[in-house]
Design a protein around this ligand. Structure first.
Ligand code: AMP
Ligand code: ZN
Length: 449
């Protein structure tokens, strides 16, 4: 059947094949200005699953992830505070230190979530020369105009501007989607470059057109893609919130600068809510992965929770459903542990069925159902672990040598009817997360976490 993906630009499920030998993927990454909450990791977990699915199909992937470490304004338009400046003020450090601090946080968390590392992790501040070249190109092609506060993209020059997000430009209210200023020619026009006024506090600055300034926030993605992958790429990913402004503007900029389509496929994931409400500081529900850990849940439990649903659905997070995901993960590990300890009867072709499910627009929920309903061989479990990236097996061999020594010791103690020692060993194993179950066939171990 091959791989089918829902393409936002056509609003259809389409057969997917890369245009060249390698699947070129770009993921809009985080703005690194504050502690990430669990919602921020949803997209990266889904796109990690996308890459793993493509690889399970034998495809080669080149994936680029950007880190927005430069002037990204709080609003989607071109006004409001700069997020990094806000972070610097809040924490009493420089914007550069804010970026360093949160880049490290994100990359550490990515490791804990077992995300496959991107082939290129691109920091926006490393692409300023490309940004400037792109603005020059857009200008030479007649797509921009200058105002007192920046260089703006004239959306009326790009006839397909409204198509991607199906925007109703004539009904666009000033201030509703983007801020309107007297100097803007059309309400939808956006800054590709912002000037810094003498009175303005803005630490990150580069000289262009004889004055200090910084790039508009959509530009970094067009520039990074142009340099690292080349248009058109095969798949561009992001959250649904990126459709009306950020991705619409990336498409326009790439077309204006290079005369090319940006991406063949566009994938967008929906938002997660917590207890039915949006994630927000004022509601006190901006849980981080560390907050989950403090409540006894590993990042892998959260990943299992995410993959138990579909990337296009609005997901509602509760701690009860997270507990169910944790239970599922432990159950899968115990099934694997059992496979390591004895010959378990298995069904044929289970992984092929799982792959067929996920090839249908990344239906990880359906894959989970198949895993629940089938008996998997150890070989199938290894493939499942690779596909889901849940570290189900990765830890098992580490545990193996240690626990088998203890298991043997315990068996010897039991045979010598030294139950005090055998209980001691049981307790010791328990502190290592291993529970012993005595069965008619002898003792078997399970993960006790
Ligand atoms: P923020 O830093 O809050 O603007 O979030 C950065 C990105 O994380 C957004 O553009 C979204 O794509 C994603 N994101 C934020 N909140 C959520 C959520 N509740 N569910 C899923 N993704 C989210
Ligand atoms: Zn982007």
């Amino acid at each position: 059947m091959g791989i089918r993906l829902y393409n936002t630009s056509t609003r259809k499920l389409e057969n997917f094949r890369p245009a060249g030998k390698v699947v070129k993927i770009y993921t809009c990454g985080p703005t690194v200005y504050s502690e990430p909450h669990i919602g921020n990791f949803a997209a990266y977990a889904y796109w990690d699953f996308l890459v793993r699915t493509l690889k399970a199909n034998g495809l080669k992937v080149k994936r680029v992830l950007n880190l927005t470490d430069v002037g990204h304004l709080v609003s989607d338009g071109d006004t409001g505070d700069d997020k990094l400046e806000k972070g610097a003020m809040r924490e009493g450090i420089s914007v550069w230190e804010v970026a360093e601090r949160y880049i490290k946080r994100y990359l550490d968390y990515y490791g804990e979530m077992e995300f496959l590392p991107a082939d290129v992790v691109a920091r926006a501040t490393d692409y300023i020369d490309e940004d400037i070249k792109a603005v020059d190109l857009m200008t030479s092609h007649g797509y921009t105009y200058e105002t007192s506060d920046g260089v703006y993209f004239d959306t009326s020059k790009f006839p397909g501007y409204a198509d991607f997000a199906k925007l109703n430009l004539s009904g666009l209210q000033a201030g509703a989607r983007v801020e309107f200023s007297d100097e803007k020619k059309n309400a939808a026009d956006f800054a590709v470059w912002k000037f810094i006024r003498p009175s303005e506090q803005h630490e990150m600055r580069w000289d262009y057109l004889g004055r200090p300034g910084y790039p508009g926030w959509h530009l970094e993605c067009s520039s990074i893609i142009h340099k690292e992958l080349g248009e058109p790429i095969d798949i561009h990913t992001g959250g649904v919130d990126h459709i009306p402004v950020h991705h619409t503007n990336e498409i326009a900029e790439t077309y204006a600068a290079y005369g090319r389509e940006l991406s063949r496929f566009w994938l967008h994931c929906d938002f997660i809510t917590i207890d039915g409400q949006k994630i927000s500081k004022s509601l006190g529900n901006t849980y981080s992965l560390d907050d989950l850990k403090a409540r006894g849940f590993l990042p892998m439990d959260y990943k299992m929770w995410l993959l138990s649903g579909h990337y296009q659905g609005t997901r509602n997070f509760t701690f009860e459903s997270l507990a169910a995901a944790k239970q599922r993960r432990l159950n899968w590990r115990n099934r694997i542990a059992e496979c390591y300890q004895k010959d378990v009867a298995h069904d044929d072709g289970v992984f092929e069925k799982i792959l067929e499910a996920v090839n249908n627009n990344l239906n990880s929920a359906e894959a989970c159902a198949i895993i629940e309903q089938s008996n998997l061989s150890l070989d199938d479990w290894k493939k499942v672990d690779e596909l889901f990236g849940l570290k189900l097996i990765k830890d098992t061999p580490d545990v193996d040598s240690e626990i088998y020594d203890l298991l043997r010791e315990r068996q010897t103690a039991r045979e010598a009817r030294d139950f005090t020692k055998s209980d001691e060993i049981r307790d010791k194993l328990l502190t290592r997360g291993i529970a012993i179950r005595d069965t008619a066939d002898g003792a078997i171990w399970q993960y006790a976490e």
